[in-house]
Every structure is written in C-alpha cells, then in structure tokens.
Design a protein around this ligand. Structure first.
Ligand code: ADP
Ligand code: ZN
Ligand code: MG
Length: 490
C-alpha cells in the first residue's frame, strides 16, 4: 500500500498550538470467569448475582489466578509488539464503595507487557505503548435521584458487584498523539486489534472498552510538554473526540488569559459538552502500593508464549493487506479508507468471502462499508451467499445502484435473499428486450436530440437516460441504457 502524506490536521485545531495526548484504555477480557474466582464474567445480569467471598474480599478468602485471563493478556501484548516478561501483582489501596476489598489488585512496577507499539492505519504513525498490564475491575455504583447520575445531591446510591473482579488489561500509550482525530484512529485500531486477537469483544457501549484521555497543550515548536489533565471514562469515540477538543481549547484559553493549567482528573459531561474538575493532583490518593502477598509472580514460559502466538488470529494489519490484495492497486483515499473501515468493523471476512464467490471487489467493499455498516446490528441476517448474489445482480445491471442499496437494507432487516426482496419491491429487472423497446420509443420521440447524439454530442446521453427512467418508472439501469444507446449509434 502506498503511504499517504502525514496529516497536517494536528496543527489546525487551534492555530499556533499543538495538543499532546496519551491514552489509558481499559479492556475487559473475554474470559468465562473472573480474574481470581469462578464467578461468571458477563454483562447485564441481575445485580449482585455473580459474586462470591473472593470477589467480595471476605475474610479468609484467597485469590487463584485465571490462566485464560493471563493468556488473553499475553495475546494483547504480542499483538501490540510488547516484550512479554515476568511480572508481579500489587495491591493499590483506596476506599471506594464499589470496591469491596478496599484495594485493587493491579500490576505496578513490573507489568506483563511492556514497550510495544501500534501503527495508525491511515496516517502510518507509530504510537508507542508503554505497558499493558493486568488488573481487576471494580464494581459499579448508580447514584439515584437529584444529582443527575452523580453522587453529589443524589438521594441514595446502589452498588452492583457483578463487575468486581472481572479481568482487565490496561493499555497505556506514550504521549505520542497530536490531535483528537489521531486519538480516535488509535482507539479504533486498538479496538480492532483487541477483537481480532480474541482478547475482548470491544463493545464500548457495554463498557468493555473505557478510555481515559490525558491531554495537554503547548505552543507549536515547543519541545516541552505542558501540564496535563486526565479525562476519565470516555465510552464512545464521539465523546473521546469532543472531550479532547473541549479540553485542549479550555487549556489554551486558560494560558492565554495568563493562568496556569492545574494537573487534574476531570469528568466529561456528555450533555453539556464540557469537562469539569473531579480532583487535583494535591488531593490525589496515596495508593500505598505493596506486593500482593497472596499471589506468586507470573512467569509465562517461552514455550507457552509461542503456543499463544500460534492461537492469535489474523490481526488488522494483515487483514488490510489481504483486502488490498483483492485490488490491482490501493492508493491513499477512498479505497484505503473503506478497507480501514471494513477491517475496523470486522466486515472484511464478509467482503473476502463474497469476492471468493465471484463478487466484484469494489462493489463488495462499497456495499459493506456503507449499507452493511449502517445496519451492523443485523449482520447475522446476511449470509455470504445472499450478499454475493446481490452484488452479482447489481454488477450485471439487473438492479440499479439505488435499487441494490434498498434491497440490501431490506435483506439486513429481514434475512431474506436478494431475488425475493427485489421482487417484493417491484424491482424485477427489466428484461433486456423490454429495455431496448423503451430506448427505441424515446429515440423516435426525440429525433432532433437523437441526431445530435449520433453526431457525437455525448452529453445528451443524460437526456435519453432521463427519458427512459421516466418511461420505466425508475426501473431502468443507467449503465445498461448507455450501452444500448452507444450500440444504436454505432
Ligand atoms: P501517572 O504515573 O500519573 O499515571 P504516566 O506517566 O503513567 O502518569 O502517564 C499516564 C498517561 O499520561 C500516559 O498515557 C502518558 O502518555 C500520558 N501523559 C504523560 N504526560 C503527558 C502530557 N504532558 N500530556 C499528555 N499526556 C501525557
Ligand atoms: Zn467471585
Ligand atoms: Mg498511570
């Protein structure tokens, strides 16, 4: 693939200023059970039904490490080009009602994965990964009444410990990102890697991926970093972009008005579109980290790491290569964008399979990244055979582009095949001879235009197509009409 020019967008947001962004992404691992006990790891159950003495931290209970959580953490490390090494667990002590043990088991000094990198697919920028360590998730509090979901002013609070003890990997990037768009590209690529490696379902809307964004600003050309703020718990790409842009703007305005940025943890208010202070560095917790006495160091053997490597599926970069190989050439621009989108949404297997069934690659990619992507929740309604049949019908002009899009949307809704849907919509292809008859009718009705077209005024083809469309009530295919017109003129 050709390399596009690096994006200049980074410098355009606030003229004369540059953003510096480092992201901490929490990823829930797709294990069957929790990190240190046999409780079920799943989303959406009745509150406090997946709990036991271990994840509630009751006296006398002891943690046992979940081997498959460690495997998935190693998969993440290998997929992010990290050094996978011996690591130890620490207790991070703090009081919060959603954390029953009053400490969180995490990795502090020596993380299982360190010093990796990820390449952004469009800008080709390398983003360094400082570490990707294992830790346990906390429970979840819900503040009811009055406070708009926040604890201040709430009537009462509810706590659900189902999430307490679910295995997480926290992926910490270096401060290498320079715009909100780069941050978005990083998170969507990271998400695609986490899903492809089998480590996570990547569902941001269910909280499987949660992003903390560290943001600072500096004058363009300055070597030094500014003071950063950390915006907690962004759970969609849209919030990530909005929060970063708001925060950078806020910091530039502060500095321009002669004030200082104070290092703070901030909260993103989605409705108001602003960040607000949660706590400043001075109020920061002293976590009193100490080694977890109930767990031995993790030391994955080279053999096990090699086995795990063998179980990692095709990663996004390789998937993009595979997609690109369907085309004669892919330069920067729409095809590359569509390939990145298809892989990011996990639609590349569908495209590749349809092309293997004989579908046109360009058409398959376009329909996948537009119509299928916009109704991705119904993807299970679409079989490869039905998808490739539809693409063939469009390619052979049995359906116009507009008709094919409508048919595909209905196929996703209903799970039916393209012929059936086309028929029910009255999109049955106009027989070639019927179409030719319509063209003849239009020609004899417009002899002057026909003469000019015959003399080489190509732009008149639009006129004829329009007339045939009218006559056929929109069922004619423009491309087919053009070729009939050409053959009649010759
Ligand atoms: P802490 O020890 O306070 O958690 P780290 O050094 O681990 O701080 O950094 C946390 C995150 O903040 C990382 O993702 C890092 O890239 C990012 N970061 C560090 N300094 C800055 C800065 N000046 N501006 C933006 N992000 C930063
Ligand atoms: Zn448990
Ligand atoms: Mg940190």
């Amino acid at each position: 693939m050709a390399k596009p020019m690096p994006s200049e967008a980074a410098n355009e947001f606030i003229p004369g200023w540059e953003m510096v962004i480092g992201l901490e992404v929490h990823c829930e691992l797709k294990t069957r059970t929790k990190l240190f006990c046999g409780c079920t790891n799943s989303f959406g159950h009745e509150p406090n039904t997946n709990i036991c003495p271990v994840c509630l931290g009751l006296p006398g209970s002891l943690p046992v490490i979940n081997e498959s959580a460690v495997e998935l953490a190693v998969r993440i490390g290998l997929s992010l080009n990290c050094k996978v090494d011996e690591s130890i667990f620490h207790r991070k002590n703090y009081f919060y009602p959603d954390m029953p043990k009053d400490y969180q088991v995490s990795q502090y000094e020596r993380a299982i994965n360190e010093n990796g990198y990820l390449e952004l697919p469009l800008s080709k920028k390398m983003v360094r990964i400082e570490r990707a360590h294992i830790e346990e998730d906390t429970g979840k509090s819900t503040h009811v009444g009055g406070g708009g979901g926040r604890i201040h002013g709430a009537d009462h609070s509810l706590v659900d410990y189902n999430r307490a003890g679910i295995p997480l990997v926290e992926i910490v990037s270096a401060p290498d990102l320079r715009s909100a768009d780069e941050a978005r590209e990083y998170v969507s690529e990271l998400r695609a890697i986490l899903v492809a490696s089998g480590a996570s379902d990547g569902k941001m809307e269910e909280g499987s991926l949660r992003v903390d964004a560290n943001v600072s600003v500096r004058r363009l050309g300055s070597e030094e970093f500014g003071t950063r703020c950390e915006i907690k718990n962004l759970n969609s790409l849209r919030s990530l972009v909005r929060a970063i842009e708001y925060e950078a703007q806020r910091q530039v305005e502060l500095i321009n008005s002669g004030e200082r940025v104070i290092q703070q943890t901030r909260h993103w208010n989605e409705d108001q579109g602003v960040t607000t202070a949660m706590r400043s560095k001075e109020e920061a917790y002293d976590y009193r980290y100490f080694p977890e006495p109930d767990l031995v160091p993790l030391s994955p053997s080279d053999e096990w790491i090699a086995e795990i490597q063998g179980r990692i599926g095709l990663l996004p970069a390789a998937r993009r290569e595979r997609m690109a190989s369907l085309f004669a050439s892919v330069s920067a621009g729409s095809t590359l964008d569509q390939i990145v989108t298809a892989v990011g949404l996990g639609l590349d297997d569908l495209v590749v399979a349809a092309v293997e069934c004989g579908a046109d690659p360009k058409l398959a990619l376009a329909r996948a990244t537009n119509e299928v992507a916009s109704d991705i929740g119904n993807l299970s309604n679409l079989t490869v055979a039905n998808f490739s049949d539809l693409l063939m019908m469009e390619f052979e002009s049995k359906l116009s582009a507009t008709q094919a899009k409508t048919v595909l949307s209905k196929m996703l809704e209903s799970g039916s095949g393209p012929q059936e849907v086309a028929k029910s919509l009255g999109f049955e292809a106009l027989d070639a001879s019927i179409l030719e008859g319509l063209v003849d009718q239009v020609i004899s009705g417009s002899p002057k235009e026909w003469e000019r077209f015959s003399m080489g005024e190509d732009q008149l083809s639009g006129f004829f197509i329009g007339q045939v469309m009218k006559l056929s009530k929109g069922r004619a295919d423009g491309k087919a009409v053009t070729s009939i017109l050409r053959s009649k003129r010759a």
